[in-house]
Design a protein around this ligand. Structure first.
Ligand code: IVH
Length: 669
């Protein structure tokens, strides 16, 4: 880089980073995702490292956080609240481990490892066990006095438990909001017509820095401790023991914390927590490794703004910036039109994302997403990527608003949107090829008619070539029709035809589910089959009859009546029966009674002879229900070998526990 360009780039990075510091730390309103910030920060760090003559004490790399908010009184931290260096790649962790080993002159280092909470750092001072002062990090040296607000956080003890308390104890940790509490908080904000928070961290920061503690008190803030900055009493030997001591004094610490040895211990922990990330109650953005022995920590000391004895190993970002190239509309099985953002490809949450759902038209308006906008895209775990927020300041002059089309983009039918619904729908029904494809895929799916091999690509071709219009046409397929299709060898065509024939022998519940009646999922289909016993009884049922079925309410009843009132649907059903689809028809369930009717079971562990599915089918066939988790509504838990937490929970709740023999006995009575 030429000298001028270099100077310019460094200056631009410094001012850009400063601006984001202000937005993040002072106004709790970040403009860009963390990963983007990290990228800018690293670029600046690197340029400064390559050109030491450019380093400057007022560079953002030389300090942490932002200036404290003027409205709060200030607290000077006795021990500065520094930050941790980040590692993204394994090599960086290996280098950290090497530095620790060399610094301490040992072969293997023992580490304390814990989640990296994605909240905001605070410090708590306890005098003789009494909470006297709490402050934010601020610029690392001076923070805001938020004692009154912190006193409203229930997980922060106002008095420590136990007898011998140090005269002075300064605890460091993080304030955050659990994900499920965050969802509720945003629902409340919506209901009150207030702005929603972008993520739990912003909500936590905004809630803690309220000038009125009454508002903070209404927010579901929590605290986790991760360190001690100062103590008048001697400390235990290790960080892990120190955390255990804090815990015994009534301070929350991460349950996931552990102690490991060496680089492999660190990397195993990273993988383990990474896999559990989505099931944790709170957001984390990585894990933190700390040399476990406190004396060793002291020996290693600090460099610039971070300790040498610790490092944050970050997970791949779950949020990244990209641009919206178009907003298109997708048509689902029930005709629902979903706006989808087509994005410039971006790597987020470990994969390259090119589409993100925008859910519905109201959502597009609420988030104010326009074509041409720069947006932050979020992808957590297996969740479908979504547009989290628009970066308004990057909106180009020619950004275009999205308009829901008046006609279906696939079949041209009128689009309908009842005033009280968020979803616009194509009115074309099975005339619409998009709905037809989805309906056929649903019909053939594993839990419906279970026709193996009749997947996406094949249905696509069959509908596009007009070979199949309704599910009944599936049973008119023959080798001649299939082998002419793309990528269809005779052998796989044969397999599909066999699967089609096999699917003819089915159950009433599967058949009802396969029909794809709106609001009738698998469980409802089972209830209906059990209640009515035969298809004709179900077809003839009025709304009042349907309301007799457990879990069927007016909305479901109305959908069912509407479905069977449609002559086209009855024709398809007649054709399917004509093609030889058959199931065992029985008496209506009302006359059958068994000991399991209406009871809810949970299966856990391995049963000696029955598979999970077999046990489930038997219970359901006799009118019982099978749930996935134990709750107050569970009547029985059926436990086999190696039953785990579900069994424990059942014992705690005093729920009856059965073994396989007892279950079979019960099913017989
Ligand atoms: S220890 C000298 N442990 O990460 C700093 N920090 O970049 C020692 N954080 O400001 C910090 N979880 O807000 C530590 N388990 C953890 C953490 C953690 C989250 C945050 C903290 C700090 C930032 C450091």
């Amino acid at each position: 880089m030429a000298a001028d360009a270099l100077l310019e780039r460094v200056a631009a990075l410094r001012s850009e980073i400063e601006r984001h510091n202000q937005a993040y730390y002072v106004h709790d309103q970040p403009i860009i995702p963390d990963a983007e910030y990290d990228r800018l920060f690293r670029e600046l760090q690197q340029l400064e490292a390559e050109h030491p003559e450019l380093s400057s004490p007022d560079s953002p790399t030389q300090r942490v956080g932002g200036a404290p908010l003027a409205e709060f009184s200030q607290v000077t931290h006795g021990v500065p609240m520094l930050s941790l260096n980040n590692a993204f790649a394994e090599e960086e962790v290996a280098a950290f481990d090497r530095r620790c080993r060399e610094g301490l002159g040992v072969e293997v280092v023992d580490y304390a490892v814990e989640p990296k909470f994605d909240g905001l750092a605070i410090t708590l001072i306890y005098e003789n066990g009494i909470f006297t002062c709490g402050a934010t990090r601020g610029d690392g040296y001076t923070g805001e006095d938020v004692t009154l607000n912190l006193r409203t956080v229930r997980s922060i003890p106002l008095r420590l438990s136990g007898t011998a308390q140090p005269e002075h104890l300064e605890v460091r940790g993080e304030v955050l909001i659990f994900r499920r509490d965050f969802e509720k908080l945003n629902q409340q904000q919506r209901a009150a017509g207030l702005k929603e928070f972008a993520n739990p961290r912003n909500a936590a920061a905004g809630s803690l820095r309220q000038l009125d503690p009454k508002i903070t008190a209404q927010r579901p803030l929590r605290f986790f401790a991760y360190g001690v900055a100062a103590s008048s009493a001697p400390l235990p030997e290790t960080h892990a023991a120190l955390m255990a001591q804090l815990h015994s004094r009534g301070l929350p610490v991460a349950e996931e914390a552990a102690a490991v040895s060496g680089l492999s211990g660190l990397l195993d922990y990273y993988a383990r927590i990474g896999a559990a990330r989505d099931s944790l109650a709170y957001d984390i953005d990585g894990v933190v490794y700390k040399v476990n022995r406190l004396a060793d920590q002291q020996k290693l000391g600090f460099v610039a703004r971070a300790p040498r004895f610790g490092i944050a190993h970050k997970f791949p970002a779950q949020e990244a910036l990209t641009t919206v190239e178009a907003i298109e509309v997708q048509v689902g099985r029930t005709g629902a039109l979903t706006p989808v953002a087509r994005l410039a490809p971006v790597f987020v949450g470990g994969v390259t994302v090119t589409n993100a759902t925008l859910h519905n038209e109201d959502e597009v308006r609420r988030k104010d997403v326009r074509i041409g906008d720069t947006v932050s895209v979020r992808r957590a775990g297996d969740v479908i990527p979504e547009v989290a927020a628009v970066v308004l300041e990057k909106r180009p002059g020619n950004a275009r608003e999205f308009v829901m089309p008046a006609t279906c983009p696939v079949c041209g039918s009128q689009v309908e949107k009842p005033a009280d619904e968020a979803i616009a729908r194509c009115s074309g029904g099975l005339y619409c090829p998009a709905q037809r494809k989805q309906a056929l895929l649903h019909f053939a799916s594993r839990r419906a008619m279970d026709i193996e091999g009749l997947g996406d690509k094949l249905v696509e071709q069959l509908v596009d070539h007009d070979i199949i219009k309704t599910p009944a046409d599936i049973y008119r397929l023959d080798l001649g029709k299939l082998v002419n299709l793309e990528r269809m060898a005779e052998k796989s065509a044969g397999n599909i035809l066999v699967a089609i024939v096999q699917s003819k022998q089915t159950t009433l519940a599967r058949f009802v589910y396969a029909l794809g009646i709106r609001n009738v999922g698998e469980a409802t289909a089972k209830d209906l089959a059990r209640h009515f016993g035969s298809l004709d009884a179900l077809i003839g049922a009025g709304e009042a009859d349907l309301l007799q079925v457990s879990d069927v309410g007016p909305v479901v009843a109305a959908s069912i009546v509407r479905f069977f009132a449609e002559p086209h649907n009855l024709e398809v059903i007649a054709a399917l029966r004509g093609a030889g689809l058959a199931w065992q028809e029985g008496e209506a369930a009302a006359v059958v009674s068994s000991a399991v009717v209406g009871k809810t079971f949970v299966l856990t562990g391995t049963l000696p002879t029955l598979s999970r599915d077999q046990a489930k089918d038997m219970i359901e066939a006799l009118g019982g229900k099978v749930a996935g988790s134990v709750s107050g509504k569970t009547d029985y838990v059926v436990a086999g070998a190696a039953a785990g937490s579900k069994l424990e929970k059942a014992q705690q709740l005093g729920i009856s526990i059965l073994d396989e023999a007892q279950l079979l006995e019960m099913l017989k009575t």
